[in-house]
Write a protein that binds this ligand. Structure first.
Ligand SMILES: Cc1cc2nc3c(=O)[nH]c(=O)nc-3n(C[C@H](O)[C@H](O)[C@H](O)COP(=O)(O)OP(=O)(O)OC[C@H]3O[C@@H](n4cnc5c(N)ncnc54)[C@H](O)[C@@H]3O)c2cc1C
Length: 229
């Protein structure tokens, strides 16, 4: 069972399964966490700590209150590096952490002066349909799932069940799902992958600012690509 997220697995190196290399691209996502809020600060927010929040932009923030009363605040920038590059130093991106801090200040003006004590980043396996994809090799003795596009906490558990079904050769409601049987179109080679991702990122930010979905995004919609696929 191969579940290596954005990192290449051994199959991707063989000619026969070269396609698996093209089906996802690695993008980087970033998170901040504040120092613990005082009881007064928390009460003033009137926010039920059990409720996580995501705003509704294309470039959305996600945030929640941790059990030790910090606000975890992430999202917005999703960064792709030319050539599907995965490198340790991509994890440190001061301009993105600063942007997140600015957006936090705009969202929570009542918490002015609060410090960020933690920051974190990770690499995400993005597929063209922003949804997990499933495959198998070696006559069904090897199975894999990837492409969760940053929505894998719940979905990777579902994917594990799909892979277990497949390894046992079972025909189940899960394995019959179209989203399990069908594979998303692969990303193109460079420089087209980079160009396409840059144009899409720009178009999505523009829609957030203007409310208008431009021709590029409407074309992706028609092709069944992206979040609305
Ligand atoms: C900043 C950030 C915020 C996120 N927020 C959310 C969120 O709010 N909600 C949500 O649902 N998802 C979120 N995600 C995405 C979620 O974390 C992933 O989709 C999920 O963890 C994917 O699970 P996985 O099992 O496929 O991969 P992982 O949990 O990454 O596990 C893959 C494992 O494979 C190992 N591995 C890699 N290559 C090899 C190899 N060649 N050989 C052996 N082992 C290997 C790795 O070391 C790792 O242990 C976020 C991701 C990031 C980076």
């Amino acid at each position: 069972m191969l579940a290596t997220n954005a990192f290449p697995n051994r199959l991707g190196r063989s000619w026969r399964h070269l396609r698996t290399r093209w089906e996802t691209v690695p993008v980087y996502d970033y998170v901040l966490a504040t120092e613990p809020l005082t009881a007064e600060q928390l009460a003033a927010l009137r926010w039920d700590p059990a409720v996580g929040v995501a705003d509704a932009g294309n470039q959305f923030h996600y945030y929640r209150i941790t059990p030790d009363r910090r606000i975890l605040w992430g999202g917005y920038d999703v960064v792709y590096h030319f050539g599907r590059s995965i490198r340790e130093d991509h994890l440190d991106r001061p301009q993105t952490f600063q942007r997140l801090a600015d957006h936090f200040a705009a969202t929570f003006p009542q918490l002015e002066g609060i410090r960020f004590t933690h920051r974190w980043a990770g690499v995400i396996d993005t597929s063209t349909q922003f949804c997990a994809l499933f495959g198998q090799a070696h006559g069904g003795r090897t199975v894999y799932a990837t492409g969760f596009t940053g929505l894998g906490v719940g979905a990777s558990r579902f994917a594990a069940d799909v892979m277990l079904d497949r390894l046992q050769g079972l025909d189940t409601a899960r394995t019959r799902l179209e989203m399990v049987r069908k594979r998303p179109p692969p990303f193109p080679p460079e420089p087209f992958a980079w160009l396409g991702i840059m144009i899409t990122t720009w178009a999505r930010a523009r829609e957030d600012a203007t409310g208008r979905r431009n021709l590029w995004l409407r074309t992706l919609d028609r092709l069944g690509l992206g979040f609305d696929s």
